[in-house]
Design a protein around this ligand. Sequence first.
Ligand SMILES: Cc1cc2nc3c(=O)[nH]c(=O)nc-3n(C[C@H](O)[C@H](O)[C@H](O)COP(=O)(O)OP(=O)(O)OC[C@H]3O[C@@H](n4cnc5c(N)ncnc54)[C@H](O)[C@@H]3O)c2cc1C
Length: 803
Amino acid sequence: MKSDARVVVVGGGVVGASVLYHLSKAGWKDLLLIERGELTCGSTWHAAGGMHTVNGDPNVAKLQQYTINLYKELEEISGQSCGMHLTGGLMLAGTRERLDWLKMTQARGRYLGMELELISVDEAARLFPLMNPRHFVGALFDPIEGHVDPWGVTQAYAKAAQLNGAEIVRHTRVLDLKARRDGSWDVITAGGNVHAEHVVNAGGLWAREVGRMVGLELPVLAMEHQYLITEDLPALRGQKEQLHVIDFEGEIYTRQERGGMLLGTYERAGVPWSPVTTPWEFAQSLLPNDLERIAPSLEIGFEHFPALGEVGIRKVVNGPFTFAPDGNPLVGPVRGLRNFWVACGVMAGFSQGGGVGLALSRWMVDGDPGADVWAMDVARYGDWATLAYTNAKVRENYSRRFSIRFPNEELPAARPLRTTPIYERLLSAHAVFGDYCALEHALWFAPSAAAANETITFHRSNAHAHVGAECVAVRDGVGLLEISNYGKFEVTGAGSAEWLSYVMANRVPQVGRIALTPMLNERGKLIGDFTLCRLGAERLFLICTYAAESYYRRWFERHPPPAGVSVRPCAMEYVGLSVAGPGARALLQELVRVDLSNAAFPFLSFRQVDIGMVPALLGRISFTGEPGYEIWVTTDYQRALYDLLSAAGRAHGLRLFGGRALNALRIEKSFGTWAREYRPIYGPYEAGLGRFVDLNKGDFVGRAAALEEQQSGGALRLMSFSVEAADADASGDEPIWHDGRVVGWVTSGAFGHRVQRSLALGYIPAALAAASEGFEIEIIGERRRARPERAAVYDPAGSRMRT
Ligand SMILES: Cc1cc2nc3c(=O)[nH]c(=O)nc-3n(C[C@H](O)[C@H](O)[C@H](O)COP(=O)(O)OP(=O)(O)OC[C@H]3O[C@@H](n4cnc5c(N)ncnc54)[C@H](O)[C@@H]3O)c2cc1C
């Protein structure tokens, strides 16, 4: 084995092999993959090899499409067969709701260029005669589905990489990883040590153990998974190969395997494997079968596909494979560790392995994954994703693999975990909670404890009227909202403003003022939106998206502040409350000694203020479009502040409001938000944030690309639409049609209670931005007329929030 390498990839499953191939394809040399056994000996070898393009996240779906399309090229380059069976696939709906879900999946696929076809049960039965049509109401046909040979695919990646000069060492375990001062790594193996510039953890079933070598507790857990293969079915003799089929209500998938059928299930009572440590002895191994556990699913399977129950079982496979809490991969560079990368938690290696390899290789070679990979970025998890949290969430995710996720659905596992001091207060005010980064936050308030329950639906739920009343209260009176679930940083020390001016696109505000600013990458794309609040010459308080805290910290490591500047994450040290509405000032003025008049404390002011006995940071800012204040206090004061505001608020008709109302209010104002309107595939001018980019302040990250975008106008445009909806509003990812063609996609949607209209925000080509006719938004399979709005539909001049 060589003693020096540019990259050591730890693990030769399908993912490690793909990373190796993609790095070699990108032109990197001195690549070494180290595998402790044979290639594929982890979870790869016993996979069912199924591949699908559909994924809940459109950007992951694109990478799945890439993976499946890659196999042909890979076979040509390597000369190794991937054992491809591109049979096409059926997703079967057993209920009306599932059919709605399939319609939405089809709609989503439209702007991804996927040719998904909604077909009747009869058509489905013609394509897949083994099904009993009685149990189904419709189906979605995907021509790009099938299965591959797991061993063949892994070998094909490996051979193609080797042809490009990469080396593979087998039967050698990586025992430890030691960081050197210069950011390079000593890879300690049973067969000698390798000094590597970069290390990639593609350890699959052992990714957790490889992570622990460098002090990381990665949120991955393996689950046992079983499938069986039947004896040959007489009905298949002489027939064309059967399609891939997913039966959602039965929670099973099936496909042909030689003369029989393979039937797998994601059972409700899924069992984690090796919840704490993974045994190293496990290689090319399987687990004991437990047909009892999957018996309920098998019964349904044999009822839905009777021919499968008429023959014997030839083989049962029970093998483990890993999941992250949300079921998407964990990919990317790890904050706090130089040149350490992960590509693990890949639960669908044959749909996703190619895309993961491509994104990671680009990230390593170009410094950017080249696509929007937020949904699989390892930085989306923070310290709260502990071993036990991961265990609860992965089990939940596994058991729900084939369940519908409704847009208003909140999942129960691992909750409540993180709560703020006013949690019990909100609970007794009948809050219905959601969780965000494992932190409970109020979504809306019900009139009684008995009513504090939301029906999950694609349509407007029982919360609709209550959310409406909250919005109206904020418009006409004053509302109180908890805003603790934001990320926060404190930036202090000489040079703070200069550094922030370099990493952010807007000008740093004067002392006592607030500035909104996008953060851009070198390609001029949006990688964050921040509120900069300046408390002193060298003290700034930053408010941002909490879920992206690790992502931002990683970025700040890449553009580090000068010595003497401290950038301290403090999200849970400061919790917050916001008062909003025309009555907000009068209420707050009763509790503070400073003058809150518009002249003395205008819009975008920020200062330290005592509210009663509570020392607070007070900002005059609005995400609702109404006059409002954000109040930040250390955790120990939040309850006192809440009680004070609640007591004083009684005379002002103060009403609690939650995240649902806030979402509707901000959409009426065309205010975007991170991970929806603002993502690394959009530029600031495309997103309507051009006024927050100061091209004249001197250099900053992304300036050259932003200037280019300003001059060209960008390719896309974020647009607000009024939608002629019925009883369902857009929620995100619906296609936007124009003159019979899909031209864009919705990023957010809600019913605007102040304007009494269904609304959507979404991206369309810039060339269509001036068009005022011909737009439609597809909601649950129906194209609804949509009118583009040239300005925010509520208070377009923004005068209310400034008064
Ligand atoms: C029963 C079953 C059915 C499945 N069906 C499908 C399917 O139909 N479609 C699909 O897409 N996916 C399926 N999967 C999932 C699929 O197998 C995984 O997505 C895939 O194998 C993940 O690959 P990996 O490379 O990340 O992990 P692994 O295959 O586990 O590879 C990791 C490799 O790293 C090596 N390694 C770890 N630590 C070290 C170390 N310290 N030193 C050296 N080497 C090390 C291991 O030996 C192993 O070979 C199935 C899985 C199972 C169990």
